[in-house]
Design a protein around this ligand. Sequence first.
Ligand code: NAX
Length: 328
Amino acid sequence: TRTPVNVTVTGAAGQIGYALLFRIASGHLLGSDVPVKLRLLEIPQGLKAAEGTAMELDDCAFPLLRGIEITDDPDVAFDGANVALLVGARPRTKGMERGDLLAANGGIFKPQGKAINDHAADDIKVLVVGNPANTNALIARSAAPDVPAERFTAMTRLDHNRAISQLAAKTGAAVSDIKRLTIWGNHSATQYPDIFHAEIAGKNAAETVNDETWLADTFIPTVAKRGAAIIEARGASSAASAANAAIDHVYTWVNGTAEGDWTSMGVVSDGSYGVAEGLISSFPVTTKGGAYEIVQGLEINDFSRTRIDASVKELADERDAVRELGLI
Ligand code: NAX
């Protein structure tokens, strides 16, 4: 029998947490034969609700779930963690300046990064979901000098999945026929969903669509502003789809991308495609054996270049702002 994998989830009492935990416990995060132990990190006000969720998890009698621990202490939550899903974050509230938002999140992700550095297992893999996800990942990574930088990733898989779905709807293709879609840059309104290298049933997606107006005026803004559209419709931000994307991100990282396909992940830049080294930016990546590589050698046309550069500039500005605040 396999040793259980320790999975830490922060913000466990939140709405994404509620949609996420049951799927982790039922084997969707790592595989249907991998037992898991859950560690739930919450702030003191969230502990009681997390306990309620843990009661429901017990009531599912999941065969793979080997234990649940709930704490408000990051040192306890990340002790021996193999996978960490950093979901809890400080949302932007009315009248809040960007600097205040970055500072408030620095107060969360810096100590969590340090706790990961000091207590997590050697094979720790971190996914940051809480916004601003890329820069929160940068803050956590900077506080964890003993952990290889590539273990800190930010979630753009929801954007990736949204883009596939929009492209399928436009072309009448099945989502499973769409491959090699890429989200570049920041998980924000400046993100760039790129279909120039994507394939629909083996044919180039941009050539199949052959409609640059749709691309520029409909597809890109629909994907980039989907989060706001969900809030408008649902009266609450994306939760189940975000949890699903977090599951997809980690599952793909651990279990590998399909031959001939890739995925999108926010990962530390090695300077590829002119993205400044050290920024946590979304790239096309392939995964194998629990490791990932940025896809190399893609030709970037002018349409794409402008949009990648704009999103990367935003990431560089966020990095400069958190540097000024002493957070990295
Ligand atoms: P909720 O407000 O429902 O839940 C957040 C939870 O985090 C709360 O229970 C809160 O008590 C807890 N929390 C706050 N600070 C904490 C800390 N220091 N340690 C542990 N727990 C802490 O938000 P939810 O809808 O679940 O969203 C969570 C985050 O995901 C938000 O930052 C949101 O912006 C972000 N998202 C990111 C997405 C992405 O694609 N990267 C998409 C979905 C989502 O918007």
